[in-house]
Structure formats: C-alpha cells, structure tokens
Design a protein around this ligand. Structure first.
Ligand code: ARG
Ligand code: ZN
Length: 875
C-alpha cells in the first residue's frame, strides 16, 4: 500500500481537544481517550468516523457518556469505524484500549525500557496507544492524567505544564499535565519510572523562568551535566540567532536505554537515547561530547521548527528536519569552530547521503510517495535537506535569510505547513524568485557541476565556465537545471583573493555565482596574471564537482586558499580521485599510490603549528573505504580499495614519521580533560599522528602504551582503534580488548564501543570472530544500540569482511536481519541499507549480494519496513 502526496485530503471530522488517562500496571496499561470533535462542515452527513490503530484492543467506547451499541462501530487492531455520528455540533467519544508495554519490542508507541514506561510516537506510534487521527495536521490541546504504582514510578511526566498530583488507593498515585499548545499526536509523550533528576533553570529574554530537568536512571544524573549545559547554551543561541524563545514553564529531557533513534522532540518532554545524554571523560569520547551537544540542540530547536510549526503530512518531513539540522549545524559552528564543523558535515553528507542519492534508495528531499514512512528518516531528508536550507541562506545573504525565517515564524506559527509555504516566505520577504531553486526538493540525485577555466596570457583575460547536469536515477524524477550558489574566488600566488569582478557574463555577488542555467560563463579582464581558481568554497552546493585542475595547482591551493574549508576540500578531493584511480591497478603496481607532492602537502599541513589542530587532524584523516568505493562507482573490489588505502597510509607514515613523533610527544597522556573544541582538536591531532607513527614503526607498541596510560576515553578509544584497525591480529590488540572489557563492562554505552570496534576491525576472518560475539552474554538484539554496535558496524564499517568474495558476510548479515525483523522492524530495515551499493561491486560479489537479497525478499513474514528496503534495493 503506497501512500501518495497527491492523495492528501483533510479529515472528515475536526478534533477539538483530548483528555487522556493512562493507567499503568505490571504487564498491562489501560488508556482512556476522551475526544471532543465535530463533523467538518463539508463532510457528508452519513460519512463514518474512521480512526487509525495498530495492534490495539478496544475495551470500551462511549459517545456523549453513553455506551455505544455494537452495531454503531467496528474495531479491528488497526482501525476503529464509528457510524451515525452527529451531523453537526460537538460531541465526545470516549475510547478505552488495553495494551502490553512489556511486549512492545518494536519500541514504537508505549513500551517499557529497563523498567521505565516511555513512549515514541513519531511517525505513527500514537495509534499503538489509542485509536486516533494519527497524522500531523490534526492539532489539538492535550490534558494527560497518568496513574501508576508510586514505588515503581515515583516520576510521572508528560507534555506541557504540570497541573496536579495526588495519592490514590493501593500505593498508587497520579499526575496531571496540561499542554496548552496545539500539537499533533506524534509529539505526544509520557514517561513513568523510578528516575533520578538533574535540575536547573533558564530565564528567557522575555523574563519567563523555565525549570529544566534531565531524568536518568538511578546513579547517572551526574553524567547529564554536560547535556544540561548544552541545553542552556542552545536556549540562549536560539534567542540570539533566530529570536526564538521557549514557551512553557518546564522543559524536561528523559534518557532511555532502549531507543530506536537518537532522540525525539516531544513538546516540553524530549525523550533521548541515553547515548545522547550521558557522558563523562572516562566513558565518552570528544566525538560523543560533540554528538550530545548537537542532538540536545537539535531537539530543543524543534520546539519552533517542528512543534510550533509542524508538517502538514509526512511528505513535508524535511520542512522540520532539514531546517532543524541546518540550525543545529549553525549552533555547533558558532559554539565550536566553523571550518572544522563544516568539514564534518560535508564528510557526513558525502558518506551517508551521496551513496543514497546515487543508488537504488534514491528519493527526492520531498518524496511524492512512500510505503513505509519510517524508512524516510534518511540522510537525504535530514542532511541534504539541511544543505538546501543552507543554499537559501547563501543565496539570500544573512539578512534576507533572517527576514524569510521571521516571516515563516510569523505567518505559520500554530500551523501544519508545507515546503511551498516555507519557500514562499523567502520569496515574499526578499522579492526573490525561487522557482528554479524549488526543484532541489523534487529532483533526486547529486548534480554534477563541471568547471572549465581558460587564461589568455596576451589579453590577461580569464574565463570560467560553470555547467550543471543531473542524471535520472532510481527515483525517476526530473533533470532540469536548478538555481545553485557557487562560491568561488581567484587566488593570487601570495594567497590573496584577487579583487576582480566579471566584466560580462554571469555575476559574482559577494563571491557567489547564482547559477541557474545549464551553462554560465564569467569573463574577467585584467586579472593580473593567471590565478588559481578556488571553486565550491564551503561546499556551497551539494554537488559532484568536476574540475580538471593540475595537481600542482591543487597542492598550492591546499596551502594558500583564503577559504580554509577549501584547503581541506581540494586536498581531500585530490586524495579521493587518486585513491580511486589507484585501486583499479593490480596491487603489485600500487605500493605508492600517492605522489610525493600530495604526501608532502599532508605532512606539512599536519606539522604546521600555525594551523588549528582540529583542522590538521582533518587533513590526516583520509577518505574512507566506502567513499573511495563510491568514487570508483563500478566494478568495485573492496580488497583492492583496502590495500590501496593501506599503502597510502604507509607512505604518509614513512615520510612524516618525524613530524608525527613530535606531535605525539607534544601531547601528554595525563593532561586534565576538558571537552571544549580546542582541547578536543589537540587530542584528535595527537591521536591521528599516533596512528601514523605506529605504521612508521611497523609496531603496535606505542598504541598499546598509550592505551595503558590513557586518562580519558578519547585517548583510550583512539589507541584501541589503532590497535584493532592497523594491528588486528596482534597480541597487544587482544590484551587491550580484554582490559577494556574488564574496566568498562558495567557501562552499556562503553560496551557498545567494545562490540563496535571489534566488528569493524578489518580482515576477512573477522566474520568468524563477530559471529562468536553473538553468543557473548552481553549481546542482545533487543537493545537497538547493541544491535547496531555489532551488526551495523560489521555491515557498514567493515567492507573487507562484509563484502567477502564468498558471500558469507552477506549471508550472515541477512540472517541477523531476519531475526531482528521479528523483534524490531525499524532497526532491521535501517541496517539493511548496508546492501545499497551492491550493483557497484565486481561481478562475483555483486552476484552473491543479489542472491542474498533475493532470498531475503522471498521470506514470509517480512515486515513492511524491511520488505520496502529490500524491494527498492533490488529494483
Ligand atoms: N524527529 C526525531 C528527530 O529528528 C526523529 C524521530 C524519528 N522517528 C522515526 N520513527 N523514524 O530528532
Ligand atoms: Zn529532528
């Protein structure tokens, strides 16, 4: 059953408000939903009321307080139909359902995690609690009463402001919550359990005093201190940068250990995967700290972009997600370091979104149809969606962008909006025609931007031609030229941007070409000698760049470019292209894939103390195996890619060993830990250098020593990763894994790292090792983080083992997907996307992968989630 955007229509009845009573008991929960509603004026007077359900059991139903006769309704697990509702005027419908949260392994709706009752309703989980119009355009106020045993659940939380609490008979108690803001069902949340509270407060610029709470499992609230700090910084930033204040008296966050996604922005009650809340230096890395900061900010920012203004239907998902990712990226850029943040976002985009956009799971940022909405929480909707918002900001400039955002908040507050309405705000606020830009939302695929340059010495004239093209892919959408901002500069030999404007052809506005035709040319007269062209600065558009530029020019720009992002991008692109080309050669001819010039550029940047350490660490991180495979594009042999990367790393290590030794020696292992970006950058550089130094030594010794002496998780995990990835079979590596387990076995989040690093360590025989980990007493498929840590890391981060030529890696993963699918289809479907590049593999692997996928597709009882992914992957 395909859902189509073109089928959108309003509900037949209009919901006015709802009062929910949730009674929690061991082994069951009763839900009573009292709806006030009326027939929509233009609805036929005999049209029945049809509500959504999912695995529900109806236990009572009343209209205006009277039990409804059995011939007036039909209730199945997934639908409730009520006939002969009043033709006009408000009436109430009181619906009783019973569910078993303990049996809810899908973790959608109301479920129990480590004894805690909690909910996840986006996208369609509310219908697993009660019959409802479970769609985002039904916006009403909620009043929620929760009743539970006081001992099992001293804490009772829901959306909005607390209204009442009290005692009940038999050791039970209740709490009432009132959410004055209209909201759709997907933003409903309820939590009940024996939780510990970290509390704080924030005063908004308008003078509202907000109590802030982070609830955790017992004994862990001290690990939420950094998350609380990130929350307060997010609240202040949204006021400063977007003029958005918080709007309730309380803002609560709950950390849950079994959670399908990262976190959820329920109004006033965000529910988080505890991975994105709980941290301390001994158990979390700098990357984990950055992840917590980003996700806390993301969910908080949804209060305006998602909650106050929500989506009309799920096709508009990018309206809240793309925009909110853009906002959290900007927050991190302001709080940390802009260039390094941008490099991180672009790496993420290229490693997650580009393969999606270039393979069988391709879909436009705003899709037109879906079979399972949970499969559209993708890198395309989130990360490419954020790139589209970023392009609007680049095209309109800071003021124009802010004017458009202000108009959007003004015009659509309290509404369920669309992408069209969003874009119209920017057009109206600035008088810009964005029709050619809107195509980005509808046309799937990564456009190619081709750049050609010509310098005529005699006339000192310089010409740049930009051409765009888009190939039709799996989504079958259009290929029209789109409006895209191309930021560029002409760089002189001393690293200065030449102050020249094009004399004719396309214009350059604040260093940006607003490319909207298939081809446009910029002509510069009297440029003062041949410049270096620095194009696609800051990755101003999410495109594949084709720019034939000599290696010498690129190496010069990597050193000179006044746009620091492009220093990284140009070197990184050069590396990607070089490694992709080298991987096609036989291994014997491929011992030195990099030129001396490239190696020197990397080593000298890494050793340049004038540069930001975090930036230098990025220079040291080569494109990954999957990225190189994507660049090769067809007939990929993952073993050859792996060997090529190893050879390249060895070259860098051997050439730069003195620099690396200095960088490692300059970073004491026992420095006091501070999670700030600058300290994190220094650790990243030292640990990057350590990896190369061990390769230069051809010995794991220094990593083993660093591991033993590490005083924080960042250094400990970095050393363990060097051991696992560069010396997977060494005795030192085995010892380090054993020591790591001994030290951290009580902490689930650290144990996830232990499983994940082992699953990603290279070598074809990893499969057997990973298979034995399945029977480890601490392994379980029921916890999403644990399932992802072993199976996700193996399938996603271990190309050599997953893509074993005998197909055993594929078969093993498919078996796990089938097991997992019976427990939690959202997770099985997500992990199955690891197969998406199968057609780009060399014939033996391609055939093995196809056979595995066909077997999986033919399995009876496959969930719609997994079936949808497998079918589209094969199509
Ligand atoms: N809205 C949440 C976020 O962006 C993600 C929820 C995803 N839920 C789902 N069923 N896929 O933070
Ligand atoms: Zn989000």
């Amino acid at each position: 059953q395909t859902v189509k955007l073109s089928d959108y229509r309003e509900t037949d009845f209009v919901f006015e408000s709802v009062a929910l009573t949730i009674r929690l008991f061991e082994g069951r929960a009763e839900i009573v939903s009292e709806l006030t509603l009326h027939r929509r004026p233009n609805t036929a007077p005999d049209a029945p009321l049809v509500l959504d359900g999912d695995e529900l059991r109806l236990i009572s139903i009343e209209m205006n307080g009277e039990t409804l006769a059995s011939d007036r309704f039909d209730a199945t697990p997934d639908q409730l139909t009520v006939r002969d509702c009043p033709a006009s005027g408000s009436f109430t419908l009181t619906i009783g359902t019973e569910i078993v949260p303990e049996d809810n392994t899908k973790l959608m709706g109301l479920y129990r995690s480590n004894g805690v009752w909690c909910t996840q309703c986006e996208a369609e989980g509310f219908r697993r609690i009660t019959y409802f119009y479970d769609r985002p355009d039904v916006l009403i106020p909620y009043r929620v009463r929760i009743e539970a045993d006081r001992q099992a659940a001293p804490v009772l939380l829901s959306n909005g402001n607390p209204a009442d609490t009290g005692e009940l008979e038999g050791g039970r108690h209740y709490a009432v919550w009132n959410d004055p803001f209209n909201k759709p069902a997907y933003l409903f949340a309820m939590v009940a359990g024996d939780l510990e509270l970290l509390s704080d407060s924030f005063t908004t610029s308008g003078g509202r005093n907000v109590s802030l709470g982070i609830y955790t499992e017992k004994g862990r609230s001290s690990q939420a201190v950094y998350a609380m700090d990130a929350l307060k910084r997010s609240m202040a930033w949204d006021e400063r940068r977007f003029g958005r204040e918080y709007d309730l008296d309380v803002f609560n966050i709950v950390a849950i250990s079994d959670f399908n996604m990262g976190a959820m922005e329920n109004k006033g009650l965000n529910v988080f995967n505890h991975k994105y809340v709980l941290l301390d230096p001994d158990t979390a890395t700098d990357q984990d700290y950055a992840g917590v900061e980003t996700v806390i900010a993301h969910e908080y920012f949804h209060n305006w972009t998602g909650n106050r203004i929500t989506c009309r239907d799920w096709f508009q998902l990018c309206l809240k997600e793309g925009l909110t990712v853009y906002r959290d990226q900007e927050f991190s850029a302001d709080e940390r370091e802009r260039t390094v943040q941008r490099i991180g976002s672009v790496r993420r985009l290229k490693s997650l979104q580009f393969p999606e956009d270039q393979g069988p799971l391709q879909h436009p940022v705003r899709p037109k149809e879906y079979r399972e909405i949970n499969n559209f929480y993708t890198a395309t909707v989130y990360d490419k969606g954020a790139e589209l918002v970023r392009m609007i900001a680049t095209l309109l400039g800071e003021e124009g962008f802010r004017a458009g955002m202000d108009l959007y908040f003004d015009r659509h507050d309290g509404e369920a909006a669309t992408i069209e309405a969003f874009l119209t705000c920017f057009e109206d606020a600035t008088g810009t025609d964005l029709s050619r830009f809107a195509l980005w939302y509808h046309q799937a695929g990564t456009p190619t931007l081709t750049v050609e340059e010509r310098y005529e010495e005699a006339s000192d004239r310089y010409t740049v031609t930009l051409s765009q093209s888009l190939e039709q892919g799996a989504a079958g959408t259009g290929t029209e030229p789109m409006l895209m901002p191309v930021r560029l500069g002409l760089v002189g030999p001393n690293g200065e941007d030449r102050d020249v404007s094009p004399s004719h052809g396309a214009e350059l506005l604040d260093g940006v070409v607003h490319l909207s035709e298939a081809n446009e040319t910029l002509v510069f007269e009297n440029v003062g000698g041949k410049p270096y062209l620095s194009v696609l600065r800051d990755f101003s558009a999410p495109v594949t760049l084709k720019h034939e530029q000599s290696e010498a020019d690129r190496i010069a720009l990597a050193r000179l470019d006044p746009n620091p992002f492009n220093r990284w991008r140009i070197l990184n692109d050069l590396l990607g292209e070089t490694l992709a080309a080298a991987s096609a050669k036989p291994a014997s001819e491929n011992t030195t894939p990099l030129s001396a010039g490239v190696v020197d550029a990397i080593v000298s940047s890494a050793g340049d103390d004038a540069l930001d350490p975090a930036f230098r660490a990025q220079i040291l991180a080569l494109p990954g195996e999957a990225e190189v495979a994507r660049l090769i594009g067809r007939n990929v042999d993952p073993d050859a890619v792996f060997e090529t990367l190893n050879a390249a790393r060895q070259q860098i290590a051997d050439t730069g060993s003195e620099v690396f030794a200095r960088l490692v020696a300059g970073a004491p292992a026992d420095e006091a830990f501070s999670p700030d970006a600058e300290s994190a950058g220094r650790r990243a550089l030292a640990n990057g250098a350590l990896g190369y130094l061990c390769l230069a030594d051809r010995s794991p010794q220094r990593a083993a020593e660093r591991f033993a002496r590490a005083s924080n998780m960042t250094d400990r995990q970095a050393a363990l990763t060097i051991l696992a990835f560069r010396f997977p079979d060494a005795k030192e590596t085995e010892d380090a894994f054993a020591a790591f387990y001994d030290r951290h076995q009580r902490d689930d989040l650290v144990l996830d790292k232990w499983f994940a690093i082992q699953a990603a360590a290279p070598g074809a025989s990893r499969l057997e090792k990973v298979n034995t980990l399945l029977s480890h007493p601490r392994f379980t498929l029921r916890n999403p983080n644990r399932a992802r840590s072993l199976i996700g890391s193996f399938a996603g981060l271990n190309p050599v083992a997953f893509h074993r030529a005998d197909g055993a890696g594929y078969a093993w993963v498919a078996d796990r997907l089938a097991e997992l699918d019976a427990i939690n289809p959202q997770i099985s479907a997500r992990l199955a996307t690891a197969f998406r590049a199968w057609r780009t593999l060399e014939p033996t692997r391609c055939e093995a992968a196809e056979m595995t996928l066909r077997k999986l597709a033919a399995m009876p009882q496959l969930s719609t989630d997994l079936k949808d992914i497998v079918d589209r992957t094969l199509a």
